[in-house]
Design a protein. Structure first.
Length: 133
């Protein structure tokens, strides 16, 4: 069971977030991940920091339309854990750049966040493959 459900009832969490009790039950059992909105609403309502309540952080992962990053979206990472991302260009494209927290890390095929204790962002961009003469 997710730790937040040890402190707060599903009824209270339903009232604060607007999520259905069925959704909250699935989250409590670990069948689905917490959404970013859910975490932000609970933290706002309690005026407490995310790491204190949830012992987790988010990594916002995105890619332009010419390739993918996996996992993608708002990825929940346990506080202090690591999370690796794989960047894959579509056919005919190559990785142009990967940007982590606003800083370029180059055209890498994977990136590892280690000891995650804060929210982060990673984005990948792609360009047409260059042909060798």
């Amino acid at each position: 069971m997710h730790p937040v459900f040890h402190k707060y009832t599903r009824d209270w969490l339903h009232e604060v977030t607007g999520y259905s009790k069925g959704y909250l039950s699935r989250v409590a059992r670990g069948n689905i991940s917490l959404s970013r909105y859910f975490v932000e609403r609970v933290c706002f309502k309690l005026n407490r920091p995310q790491k204190e309540l949830f012992r987790s952080a988010f990594i916002a992962a995105s890619a332009d339309g010419d390739g993918t990053i996996e996992p993608s979206g708002d990825v929940v990472v346990d506080y202090g854990a690591s999370q690796e991302f794989t960047i894959t260009p579509d056919t005919g494209y190559e990785i142009a750049d990967v940007v982590v927290d606003g800083v370029s890390v180059g055209a890498v095929g994977s990136y590892l966040f280690e000891n995650v204790v804060a929210n982060h962002a990673i984005s990948a961009s792609f360009c047409n493959e260059t042909s060798e003469p």
